[in-house]
Design a protein around this ligand. Structure first.
Ligand code: BMA
Length: 331
């Protein structure tokens, strides 16, 4: 189905990876038939490649991929692709230059990256080990050749730092999820602002866990997508089963000017771990979205998500259908 109205406020992306909804499927989000789109061993040193981010760059796509190596060190690697499906991953992790040594030293790990373009610069946020504690690391690049690290955004403990793709009311804006030093049995999404990407404040609670699939904790996923209906935020929610955490995907529409105000939020999940590659792996039962490509002309979305902390999956949706679903199935 082609979207005739332009709901996405953003660029056209005619080469967005895409596959039509399979016949017989009526769900608002459907999986790529050739998932996992990125196998765990796309580079020979990798134990697993998941929870990764992609963005259009020129006529191709650039990725920053979480590659856990065979020491089980968590690292971020640059990657590129002509079609968003077939990826060439650099064998060495990204070297982040320029940061204060105590911030940029590899310590505990770099993982779960997101990429966000703000004006003509690309920013990467990730979970950064600082003195062994997780917090939000931040870096920028203009060319995906050289990467410059900035100060960590917050005190530990924090994960899932996700920037907005433009300033709001003159300030940079970020969602994040304060956490603990372990596997964190709680987690709410907060909104914060900064004049300079170094000093963050005016923190506002945006979303709490509720019930069912999103009862234990929640965290922002891809960079929010600006639409005429508000910021479309795809996020993960966690349920605690007798066998551990179950990570699923949902979505919310946030107010455009005050994004800590939630207009709609999915009561049912959009995608939950049901396929073998989502249920079986290093951490079973995980669907963890970290990036979305979108084409404003057609309303197509391509969502990249980590599956079972092992491989990367791809799923598709139309933004208008997703927003209709959100409105009709909101908490
Ligand atoms: C979270 C993060 C993610 C991971 C998820 C499931 O706390 O560590 O990287 O995908 O747990 O294990």
């Amino acid at each position: 189905m082609m979207s005739i109205k332009r709901t996405i406020i953003g660029d056209d992306l005619p080469n967005i990876p895409w596959e039509n909804r399979p016949s017989g499927c009526s769900a608002p989000v459907w999986r790529y038939s050739k998932n996992p789109v990125i196998p765990r061993d796309l580079i020979p040193t990798a134990n697993s490649i998941f929870n990764s981010a992609v963005i259009p760059f020129g006529t191709k796509f650039i990725g920053v991929f979480r590659c856990d190596d065979q020491r089980r060190h968590m690292q971020i690697h640059r990657s590129e692709s002509n079609d968003g499906l077939n990826w060439r991953i650099s064998p060495e992790p990204i070297l982040f230059q320029g940061g204060a040594p105590e911030i940029s030293t590899y310590n505990y790990g770099r993982y779960d990256p997101r990429i966000c373009r703000i004006e003509d610069r690309y920013y990467i946020t990730w979970c950064n080990g600082y003195e062994g504690y997780p917090t939000i690391g931040l870096a920028y690049t203009d060319d995906f050749e050289e990467f410059f690290q900035l100060e960590n955004a917050f005190l530990p403990f924090n994960r899932n730092g996700v920037l907005f793709p433009r300033k709001l009311n003159g300030k940079y804006a970020m969602l994040s999820r304060p956490s603990d030093n372990g596997h964190t049995p709680f987690g709410d999404i907060f909104y914060s602002e900064s004049p300079d990407l170094t000093h963050w404040g005016r923190h506002r609670l945006a979303m709490r866990p509720t019930d069912g699939w999103q009862s234990t904790k929640i965290g922002a996923g891809p960079v929010p997508i600006e639409t005429t209906e508000g910021w479309l935020l795809i996020y993960h929610g966690v349920l605690t089963s007798c066998n551990g955490f179950v990570y699923s995907m949902g979505a919310a529409l946030l107010d455009l000017d005050q994004p800590w105000k939630v207009r709609y939020r999915t009561a049912p999940y959009l995608l939950s771990p049901q396929r073998d590659y989502e249920c079986v792996g290093d951490v079973p039962n995980v669907v963890f979205p970290c990036a979305a490509l979108c084409d404003a002309a057609t309303g197509r979305l391509a969502i990249y998500y980590g599956a079972a902390d092992t491989v990367t999956g791809l799923a598709f949706a139309y933004v208008d259908e997703l927003i209709d679903f959100l409105k009709q199935n909101s908490l």
